[in-house]
Design a protein around this ligand. Structure first.
Ligand code: SF4
Ligand code: ZN
Length: 307
């Protein structure tokens, strides 16, 4: 039996950057400490706050809710899990089932909403509409991501939350940052790290930003959390797919590259005056949301991809 690096118990989690594996307790502690660090740096949720936790039904948000659940009482904040149904047949129902199971296990009510309810369409209909209208510039993930952010913000406000928490992990953030660099827009989404938001929006937190994707899966498995491991049928083999494959290979030969990318992003972000970005925002003429033009992107997509 291989024993834990820190105690005599059986090791269950091998990490690329530790010389020996960890037992479940020590791995859990490491994972939780990373989440605590991210929350401390973000300054949210504060004591007495209510945090809306975006659940997808996958491993990352399952790990996120489980860790936050263990911290909420001690740190004095409340959690409200929310779920957005994109309307993707063959994928969403299985994920929703797991998210409901997780909430049942931990004793939470799950607040559910959908693109159908909020935007009058579903991903399946919008993809069909994009194909029919030959809106080739709109890849499914581009409008899905924009709608999801708006849906999370609206739902979080509807349940009375003070901030929104999402399950983006270290790999997701490293990929997005590298994609931004390859597009020549290093700070394309100013909320990439989670602390910064556009004016008028709720603070958006990413407490898993120090947790590698593989370890989010490991955490969910070791703690026997229900999650769906399937993949959305609209994942396109575009730039993100290539960047993900490249970073995975790099990370396995030279561990720590994703952490280094995160460090670079943070340094760049600190140098940029984000207040100027927020000050330039106007109100969308349709929904009143923040936008640098007269029409916000969620409304623009809603108009272009109406069924
Ligand atoms: Fe939406 Fe793309 Fe995620 Fe599918 S993979 S749920 S289309 S963002
Ligand atoms: Zn141990």
């Amino acid at each position: 039996m291989v024993s834990c690096l820190r105690c005599d118990k059986r090791a269950q989690a091998s990490l690329a950057y530790e010389e020996r594996p960890l037992c479940r307790e020590h791995f859990n502690r490491l994972f939780q400490d990373r989440v605590k660090r991210a929350l401390r740096e973000a300054g949210f949720p504060k004591r007495g706050d209510c945090a809306a936790v975006a659940l997808s039904g996958g491993k990352d948000s399952a790990a996120l809710l489980h860790v936050l659940h263990s911290l909420a009482e001690r740190q004095g904040f409340e959690l409200k899990p929310i779920l957005v149904d994109e309307g993707i047949a063959g994928y969403r129902p299985a994920c929703t089932k797991k998210a409901r199971e997780l909430c049942g296990q931990l004793g939470y009510e799950l607040y559910e909403t959908s693109y159908k309810e909020l935007f009058g369409t579903t991903m399946d209909l919008a993809v069909r509409s994009a194909k029919r209208k030959q809106e080739g510039v709109f890849t499914p993930c581009s409008f899905c991501g924009v709608w999801r952010r708006k849906a999370l913000e609206q739902t979080a406000r509807a349940v009375g939350a003070d901030c929104v928490v999402t399950g983006h992990n270290l790999d997701d953030l490293a990929q997005t940052f590298l994609m931004n660099l390859l597009r020549g827009e290093p700070l394309r989404r100013v909320s990439l790290l989670g602390e910064c938001t556009s004016s008028g929006s709720l603070p958006l937190l990413k407490p898993l930003l120090y947790c590698p994707e593989r370890e989010c899966g490991l955490y969910s498995k070791l703690n026997k959390l229900p999650f769906h491991a399937g993949q959305c049928p609209y994942v396109v083999r575009g730039l993100r797919h290539r960047v993900r494959a490249f970073l995975r290979e790099l990370e396995s030969d030279f561990p720590g590259r994703n952490f280094a990318l995160l460090g670079s992003l943070r340094e760049l972000q600190e140098k940029k005056d984000l207040r100027k970005v927020s000050a330039r925002l106007k109100e969308c003429s349709v929904c009143g949301g923040p936008t640098p033009t007269g029409l916000c992107r969620p409304c623009e997509y809603q108009r272009a991809l109406a069924p």
